[in-house]
Design a protein around this ligand. Structure first.
Ligand code: FMN
Length: 417
């Protein structure tokens, strides 16, 4: 029994026990800082001193593992103009300084291809399994018309994931996480609503999962067995007729022989589950919102499962582990207050309130909350103290910053032609 902190006897906490991954890497505890797109790319989409400062601070927060925000594998297809890109043209020294910022704490790089979730104004190619436009309510018009990928586009993309994973390892990252959630390219292939292909890459779930499985195999082949490979997967897309929990169960079975870890999340730009469940506006305030659904996946596989979404208190993180998840992924709360995790590990509840807003439109509200969290990351990335911005102001500041980053990105793209 642990020392009682609130007068009640406590059973042994799992939160601060180590976890050994299949590759041999040992995580010192069960809290993982989940991927959060930092939008802090310097010239040539490289990391610079700001990401070094941020990751030094995040490492101080006490998690057992840090996962970077998504890093793009293709320079001509970015989700946001401030996204980092890792490809053969990258300067690996800049990436080495980033991975080294966390000292001995392992950092996984998350690798992503946005597929059709690219904004028109980036001039990026909106690759997709099938030419099904993004349906994001009033924001739909912002997205570029999707282009159906050819077989050779698919083969090239698999190679790009593998190359970026190899370069991540050469740059000192401890592992990679392949992003197959949230409606980006690999998740689009998994979705029966977006993937209408009739070739070997579409049809039944096994064919729709082929791209993800081939990417995982190619990544595995490009790194040694001692290098961990994780996958982030939706427990469900929360769209009628979309990828659901039974699909997730099957895909996890197929992934299991090749991966160290599967992180479970949910939703996409078309169904904003991580920013408030589509059917329930109160979800933003609710905690650990995928737990009930995702617990159905526990016990089916020996592969460690990580649950991310709405974990904002020590006892909620502990409860996720007690339900059988190996790791608790923390995004928003980690950005809001990295030190809170240390308190959770010491047995304190230390609640972290999420950003709030009175904005009524669901899409704008989600964008504003995301902007407020991004602002916290940017505060952590700078050397001077900055006051916390109100959520509405963060949205405005986010748009101004994005416009500046867009100009740089477009200029670089024009010069590359
Ligand atoms: C600012 C911000 C950026 C994010 N960027 C990414 C990302 O790059 N890759 C990813 O897989 N998830 C990303 N997410 C989603 C988080 O990893 C996480 O799944 C989601 O926020 C729910 O967890 P939370 O409630 O602990 O924040 C992002 C979330 C936020 C708030």
């Amino acid at each position: 029994m642990n020392q009682p902190r609130d007068g009640k006897p406590q059973t042994r906490r799992i939160l601060d026990t180590p976890l050994r991954l299949r590759s041999g890497l040992v995580l010192r505890n069960r809290v993982v800082k989940a991927a959060m797109e930092e939008q802090l790319a310097g010239p040539r989409r490289q990391p610079d001193h700001r990401l070094v400062t941020l990751y030094r601070r995040l490492a101080d927060g006490g998690a057992g593992l840090l996962i970077t925000g998504h890093v793009m594998i293709e320079r001509r297809a970015v989700a946001q103009p401030g996204d980092i890109v890792l490809d053969e043209a990258s300067d690996l020294d800049a990436f080495r300084r980033w991975s080294a910022a966390a000292g001995t704490l392992p950092v996984f790089m998350q690798l992503n291809h946005p597929g059709r979730v690219v904004r028109r104004d980036t001039g990026s190619i909106a690759y997709a399994p099938s030419p099904v436009p993004v349906q994001a309510g009033g924001l739909s018009g912002l997205f570029a018309p999707p282009v159906e990928m050819t077989a050779s586009d698919i083969t090239r993309t698999i190679g790009q994931f593998a190359a970026s994973a190899r370069l991540a390892r050469e740059s000192g990252f401890a592992g990679v996480e392949i992003h197959a959630a949230h409606g980006y390219l690999l998740s689009q292939f998994l979705s029966p609503l977006v993937n209408n292909r009739t070739d070997e890459w579409g049809g039944a779930l096994r064919q729709r999962a082929r791209l993800l499985l081939r990417v995982v195999d190619a990544v595995r082949d490009s790194v040694p067995d001692s290098f961990p490979v994780a996958v982030k997967l939706n427990s469900a897309d929360f769209q009628r007729g979309g990828f659901d929990i039974d699909d997730a169960a099957e895909v996890i079975d197929w992934l299991s022989p090749a991966v160290d870890l599967v992180e479970l999340s949910g939703g996409s730009i078309e169904s904003l589950a991580t920013a408030g469940h589509p059917a329930d506006n109160r979800t933003l305030a609710r905690e650990s919102y995928f737990l009930d659904l995702a617990t159905r996946l526990v016990g089916r596989t020996a592969t460690p499962l990580m649950l991310t979404g709405g974990i904002r208190r020590g006892h909620v993180a502990e409860n996720v582990l007690r339900q059988g998840f190996a790791l608790a992924g923390v995004g928003t709360a980690y950005a809001q207050n990295p030190r809170a995790v240390r308190q959770w590990l010491d047995g304190h509840d230390a609640p972290v309130a999420p950003p709030t807003t009175w904005i009524r439109s669901k899409a704008l509200r989600a964008a504003a909350v995301q902007a407020a969290v991004t602002d916290r990351l940017h505060t952590g990335a700078c050397d001077r103290r900055r006051p916390r911005m109100p959520t509405g102001a963060a949205l405005l500041a986010d748009q101004i910053r994005r416009a500046r980053q867009l100009r740089h990105y477009r200029k670089e793209q024009d010069e590359a032609v």
